[in-house]
Design a binder for this molecule. Structure first.
Ligand code: IPM
Ligand code: MG
Length: 357
């Protein structure tokens, strides 16, 4: 019997609803598979914890998390505490502390969902966006001087290191190489940004030599946004900087019918540290506590986590169960259904138990 240690951090808002739902589904999968178990520890970190202790997570939190095989994360953000405190105090602290430099964002139109693109055919949108997650425009490098004076200045410097760009390119080529089309689009803005982005393109060309089986091309980020709408089927795997992929992945989620079902993995591909898996949607205060949050993004995220820890058949079983439930129309209101979180979760568990694969 294989055992995997999972740290669950539901944190804020609907994270407290979707993570327990995800854990129930994972439990059902472990039972159904019979050859692995999950040893789950819940952590109460987040904004409520901050209100009590003045900290978003325990002081030695990273040290504690190091012993886990993966982190299953809900959402962070609160109406009454500034985002830079909540985000940098928990989610980004984990991402940066564990050097989770690759943010992986798959996009597909799930059965039962409708893309806002009129002419899109099933399979046209089947993308993986690989987002550089440790440097670039979000490196936190810069500063403010002469505050409040007319000559006040602020800089926000994008950082591109050879180590950082090389490792994200390798990750992207590896992912592209394992997908059926073996195709990678390297996104930049190298016509206008002549230092960092030209460097990004050069490193891409260097890394590409090790992957002769992958067809790759360059695309400017603005043209990429248009292409995602106009020629979605021409895209497969995409690699882009922290900022560019942040924007393109929201566009991708919307084109796939809802950001509410989009998953993400913050990976340390070198496996020195645990990786972190989370739904993209955030804490959604408007619906928090009502039991109506869409758990599908969390289930998809859980499938990515299972793949990462080596439970590939269980991941496939979860995706199949979730897709069947969506196809049957058991969906929450954000994607046009009438079910609540509990009903979708129960339907997915029933599909897992009933599957005869
Ligand atoms: C995302 C989010 C976050 C990010 C925000 C909340 C900082 O937009 O996951 O895309 O850009 O990392
Ligand atoms: Mg974003």
């Amino acid at each position: 019997m294989r055992t995997h240690r999972i740290a669950a951090i539901p944190a804020d808002g609907i994270g407290k609803e979707v993570i327990p739902a995800g854990l129930r589904v994972l439990e059902a999968l472990a039972e159904r598979s019979g050859d692995f178990r999950l040893d789950v520890t819940d952590f109460p970190w987040g904004t409520d914890y901050y209100r009590e202790t003045g900290k978003m997570m325990a002081e030695d939190g990273l040290e504690t998390l190091k012993g886990f095989d993966a982190i299953f994360f809900g959402a962070v953000g609160d109406q009454h505490v500034p985002d830079d405190i909540t985000l940098w105090g928990l989610r980004l602290r984990i991402c940066q502390g564990f050097d989770q430099y690759a943010n992986i964002r798959p996009t597909r139109v799930l059965p039962g969902l409708t893309s806002p693109l009129r002419a899109v055919q099933p399979g046209d949108i089947d993308w993986v966006i690989v987002r550089e997650n440790s440097e670039g425009e979000y490196a936190g490098h810069g500063g403010r001087a002469h505050r409040g004076h007319p000559e006040e200045v602020a800089t926000e410097t994008a950082i591109f290191t050879r180590a950082g760009v090389t490792r994200i390119m390798k990750t992207a080529f590896e992912i592209a190489a394992k997908r059926p089309r073996r195709k990678l689009t390297v996104v930049t803005k190298s016509n206008a940004q002549k230092h960092g982005m030209v460097f990004w393109d050069e490193v891409a060309a260097e890394v590409a030599r090790d992957y002769p089986g992958v067809t790759w091309e360059k695309e400017l980020v603005d043209a990429m946004a248009a292409r995602m709408v106009q020629k979605p089927a021409s895209i497969d795997t995409v690699v882009a900087t922290n900022l560019h992929a942040d924007i393109l992945s929201d566009l991708a989620g919307a084109l796939a019918g809802s950001l509410g079902v989009a998953p993400t993995a913050n990976l340390d591909p070198s496996r020195r540290f645990p990786s972190m898996f989370e739904p993209i949607h955030g804490s959604a205060f408007d619906i928090a506590g009502k039991g109506v949050a869409n758990p599908v993004a969390t289930f998809w995220t859980a499938a990515m986590m299972l793949e990462h820890i080596g439970e590939v058949p269980a991941a496939a079983r979860l995706m199949a169960a979730m897709e069947r439930v969506c196809a049957d129309g058991v969906m929450t209101a954000d994607v046009g259904g009438t079910a609540n979180t509990e009903q979708v979760t129960e339907a997915v568990i029933a599909a897992i138990r009933g599957a005869n694969d």
